[in-house]
Design a protein around this ligand. Structure first.
Ligand code: KG4
Ligand code: ZN
Length: 346
């Protein structure tokens, strides 16, 4: 007898990606469609909420229709609709939430509310058979930098978060200072390839010996001072810098951010006696971060297993939403049609 699988349609609109996916049993990706708006926000060097909202409205139904078509299933075979309803830009989240509620009502299917950051954790291991717990999850994105004590998919416990800029935001802002394209993360990683990571000693803000919180606004300011002179009276000298000088700044900045992320993760591992480290979020696509975390995990006694989200699921996507929703589906944790978007995790 063949056991029927549970097909969940996931919807994601928390920032500047309109995404929909169909995932069976939390791990078999039947389709994944992502419409990125990065070209629309490029000239502003960051996401403009109103532009994001309008683009989501235009894309949401075509993206959902494409996800269902790619999955080669009938809409009647979809068992539940899941949507990221927090945290994020409220004007962006509301588009996905409204679409999900409409479909849940029209198709008479349960609605599942998903925390976007918890979904990023899920993206690190959803294809793994066994996960050794407890785990520390480091989620590094454009809007968030958070460490979690992960015991179960339903209740990750927040251990630390950024008190100012997120790591990805620092990459984006430093890219603007260096006049590199948006989004800044990939542009800085690329520029840093030819640079010397030891060329400039940018600050590593640790916030005390035990803190698991992050602060990245200082390093961003340090890069600005470096480019304009200590008194900040000079013009940004980037235009007159050689490619090698820019590469050195990019590499030194990247190394400082990676050092902080690795040190804080190492502290969290010690604190909770973690067996595994999970890495997700847009900045998890960064190769230097992946390598440095792997090294930290290998050197810890006993060694820890590092699980990193596949690159296509590091940045925002709906596979992670549908995958996490499977656990909520099995636990009977459904939302109703009064579901609202929330800017912050509740
Ligand atoms: O998770 P995500 O797609 O969106 C949010 O939830 O915020 O993350 C986007 C962030 C951007 O700040 C982008 O610059 C950063 O991830 N990013 C990277 C890399 N690829 C994307 N940062 C560093 N290195 C990368 N290769
Ligand atoms: Zn994200």
């Amino acid at each position: 007898m063949q056991i029927e699988s549970v097909n969940i349609l996931g919807i994601e609109t928390s920032c500047d990606e309109t995404a929909a996916a169909v995932v069976a049993d939390g791990r078999v990706v039947k389709s994944s469609v992502v419409a990125s708006q990065s070209k629309l926000h490029e000239k502003y060097g960051g996401v403009v909420p109103e532009i994001a909202s309008r683009a989501h409205i235009e894309k949401i139904y075509p993206v959902i229709a494409e996800a269902i078509e790619q999955a080669s299933i009938d809409k009647d075979d979809i068992d539940a609709i899941a949507v990221a309803n927090q945290p994020g830009l409220t004007v962006a989240l509301i588009v996905g939430v409204t679409a999900a509620k409409t479909l849940a009502f029209a198709w008479r299917r349960p609605l599942i509310a998903i925390d976007h950051l918890h979904a990023h954790i899920q993206s690190a291991f959803f294809t793994e058979d066994k996960l050794k717990l407890p785990a520390v999850a480091l989620i590094v994105s454009g809007g968030h930098t958070s460490l979690y004590d992960y015991h179960s998919p339903l209740q990750p416990k927040l251990l630390g978060f950024t008190i100012d800029d997120a790591a990805g935001e620092a990459f984006d802002k430093v890219a603007t200072i260096l006049k590199l394209p948006y989004p800044g993360g990939p542009a800085i990683e690329n520029a840093a390839k030819d640079g010397d990571a030891g060329a400039i000693k940018f600050p590593r803000s640790m916030l005390g010996p035990e803190s698991l919180d992050f602060s990245f606004s200082g390093i961003k300011t340090a890069v600005l001072y470096h480019c304009r002179g200590q008194d900040m009276k000079g013009q940004n000298k980037v235009d007159s810098m050689s490619a090698r000088q820019i590469a050195d700044i990019a590499a030194s900045f990247q190394a400082a951010v990676v050092d902080v992320l690795v040190e804080k993760t190492s502290r969290a591992v010690d604190k909770i006696g973690a067996e595994t480290v999970l890495l997700g979020g847009g900045v998890a696509a960064n190769n230097k971060l992946r390598t440095a975390l792997q090294k930290m995990c290998n050197l810890t006694t006993p060694a820890k297993k590092l699980l990193v989200a596949p690159k296509q699921y590091c940045t925002d996507n709906a596979v992670m939403v549908a995958s996490l929703a499977y656990h909520k589906y099995n636990a009977g944790l459904f939302a109703d049609l009064t579901l609202e978007p929330k800017a912050h995790s509740q």
